[in-house]
Design a protein. Sequence first.
Length: 212
Amino acid sequence: MTNIFDNLKQLKQDMKNKGWVIDSFYFRYKKQNYIVLAKLFEKNENVPNYALLKLEFLKEDDFSDILVTYANSVKLLTDVKTLREYFDIEYSNNLGDIMSQFSQRLAEFIPTEVNDNKTENQKEAMCQSLSKSDSEDPRKKYCFSVRRNPVREDGTLGQRSSYNDNKTRLYRPNLYERLGADTNLSFRYSMNLNDEDTDENITAKWTRNKTK
């Protein structure tokens, strides 16, 4: 079997190198636009053998219409019926050829590295997925402050979650540039737009608090 999804290997490695637990790319099939989320595995996740990444397909015009599966360099690790129903692929006598064409089409869209220029729809989809993993309301996307994580029982400094980290890199890249190097800090978010604060104010408040 050919490694038709070989790009996933390079994408996964690039995500790890750059500190991303999630990435996204567009996929268009049968006049429908999809946002595909590529995710590293979570701790204690029940992952199929030989899987490289978790993939979540979302219809761009309806994020609730989602297909979650795993993939390796050879195939999507799900059954043909599930793929047919989600992607509206009609049954035919040459179904094997059609599914092969589908895989080839998908492979054309899979990047080899993280693209920092996300659309607002991509950011929204990624934020929703990150928030679910972090047990946080996905509507909380307006950053208003930072806080220091408490010291752990073993005496080490608490670290912000990968999800909080990636969310901030998506929504507040300039603020992340200023304060993100300190991994003991977490960024605090509200669902109320009026709570959102500027990079300058958040940084200034944090600097004042440090000197007290």
